[in-house]
Design a protein around this ligand. Structure first.
Ligand SMILES: NC(=O)c1ccc[n+]([C@@H]2O[C@H](COP(=O)([O-])OP(=O)(O)OC[C@H]3O[C@@H](n4cnc5c(N)ncnc54)[C@H](O)[C@@H]3O)[C@@H](O)[C@H]2O)c1
Length: 446
């Protein structure tokens, strides 16, 4: 099939590359000239395990192309996926300016029948708005061109995106007529090998399914963080409580790790968006408001512990230096959107402290995008460099290389043997034995 994917970010590039890898002819289109130039020169703009291999192979098989030209790309496609960002506005609502602009461009350049598929996460009802914008543009040209719309939310996880796309748990497709079922079955057949993964439904339910999935996972995380805070107040150990509840298979072990809260480009934005569009319909989603509040508070809660431990008489962190392990919002990605590290770094710097940071993949993003307005940050090449002269180590992202460090060595480089662990990775009894002061979430400090 001839496919156009509009928006070449985490979702668009993975979607385009996987569809090309399975034999379709795919054009990935973006308005970011540099990104498209880099891709045309074989440079992958994001870190995603396995992605560069399938991009390279698909290019050499003449299945994958990159472009900034709307008119030619639309002409040369049968199915158009929209995969642009839907970031959060200050009000919490999703900003649909990229979706609206893409829809206009499709309406402007559509020249024959196409199936237009909204893959971006969009507030319920948006796919029909896309349809209207395209229709209006076609009418403005006094043209008569037919097209269909569909919604196909994406469930991939950054860090495992290629694998998730290739072997999905399910593929949800929202349709307003039945005639395109066959097209989707054929398109997604390579990803439904051992059983049919396709779940067809109406468009509004499909749009809401994406939000419901993210809201459920965010709820598990905030629930566990609330239990962690209760646990700490009562002198219980949340790590043991986690084992105790996770082993109940109605609950399960995933998404119940206590932490500094969830970040990333999806959970915070999607929980806020569902609250916003529910409010607009006169419904107050009380659980989701609490999920959001607990999450916002969690970074603050852990930062306040650090501050109380190190603050000067003048209530600042002057002359204190901290080493941070992990900047991305989770392991396996270079994505720092809504990462707890942004909160910690800004707070420490604003309170007069200094920082050394290390992350296996996100250093460039940190330096060029998130912390370029801040001074007092040393970007390190290794996890041990971070420790030199640091008053404490702060662990914020649970990359595998941080899981089992040589604590004797750590202790010999750090100024003080103090660890603030925002991911509850280490064994508190062992750390106590070797003389560390160890702070974690949901456990009283020892
Ligand atoms: N990142 C994830 O893990 C993930 C997972 C599932 C769903 N989603 C959803 O998928 C959507 C895309 O997310 P992302 O993380 O890939 O975003 P992203 O910010 O990484 O990429 C978006 C891309 O769209 C491009 N773009 C913006 N306006 C454009 C236009 N008019 N024409 C062409 N390209 C344009 C941008 O230049 C950018 O390259 C969002 O709605 C998000 O909520 C994301």
């Amino acid at each position: 099939m001839k496919i156009l994917v509009i928006g070449t970010g985490y979702v668009g590039l993975v979607t385009g590359a996987c569809l090309a890898y399975t034999g379709n002819k795919v054009i990935c289109l973006d308005v970011d000239n540099k990104k498209i130039n880099d891709l045309n020169n074989g440079k992958i703009p994001i870190f995603e395990p396995g992605l560069s291999k399938i991009v390279r192979e698909s290019i050499s098989n003449n299945c994958l192309f990159f472009s900034t030209n709307y008119s030619d790309s639309i002409k040369d496609s049968d199915i158009i996926f929209i995969a642009v960002g839907t970031p959060m506005k200050d009000s919490g609502e999703s900003d649909l300016k990229y979706i609206n602009s893409v829809s206009k461009s499709i309406g402007l350049y559509i020249d024959s029948y196409k199936l237009v598929v909204v893959k971006s996460t969009v507030p319920v009802g948006t796919t029909f708005k896309v349809q209207k914008i395209i229709k209006d543009e076609i009418l403005k040209r006094n043209s008569k061109i037919n097209f269909d719309i569909a919604n196909n939310p994406e469930f991939l996880k950054e860090g495992k995106a290629v694998n998730d796309f290739m072997s999905p748990d399910r593929i949800v497709v929202g349709l307003n007529n039945q005639k395109n079922k066959k097209t989707f079955k054929e398109l997604f057949k390579p990803f439904s090998i051992n059983h049919d993964k396709l779940i067809f439904m109406d468009i509004l339910s499909s749009e809401l399914t994406k939000y419901a999935a993210n809201a459920m996972l965010a709820t598990k995380i905030s629930f566990m963080n609330e239990m962690a805070n209760i646990s700490e107040k009562l002198g219980a150990d949340i790590n043991k409580v986690r084992l105790g509840i996770g082993s109940d298979n109605r609950i399960g072990f995933s998404f119940i790790y206590p932490s500094v809260g969830y970040g990333g480009s999806c959970f915070p934005k999607d929980v806020n968006s569902i609250i916003n569009f529910s409010n607009k319909k006169g419904y107050t989603p009380k659980i989701l408001e609490a999920v959001n509040d607990v999450n916002e508070n969690q970074k603050k809660y852990f930062f306040d512990k650090l501050f109380e431990r190190f603050k000067s008489k003048k209530n600042d962190l002057k002359n204190k230096k901290f080493g941070i392990w992990g900047l991305s919002f989770k392991p396996g990605t270079d994505d720092m959107r809504e990462s707890a590290s942004i909160y910690f770094v800004e707070k420490i710097i604003n309170l007069g402290g200094s920082i050394s940071v290390y992350d296996p993949r996100a250093i460039d993003n940190a330096k060029n995008k998130y912390f370029n307005h801040l001074s007092g940050i040393t970007y390190c090449q290794s996890k041990l460099d971070v420790l030199k002269g640091s008053d404490a180590l702060i662990l914020l992202t649970e990359w595998p290389e941080f899981r089992s460090p040589d604590f004797e060595k750590l202790g010999s480089i750090l100024k003080n043997k103090i660890i603030f662990d925002g991911r509850n990775q280490f064994d508190k009894e062992y750390l106590k034995k070797i003389g560390f002061e160890y702070h974690q979430i949901g456990v009283r400090q020892i």
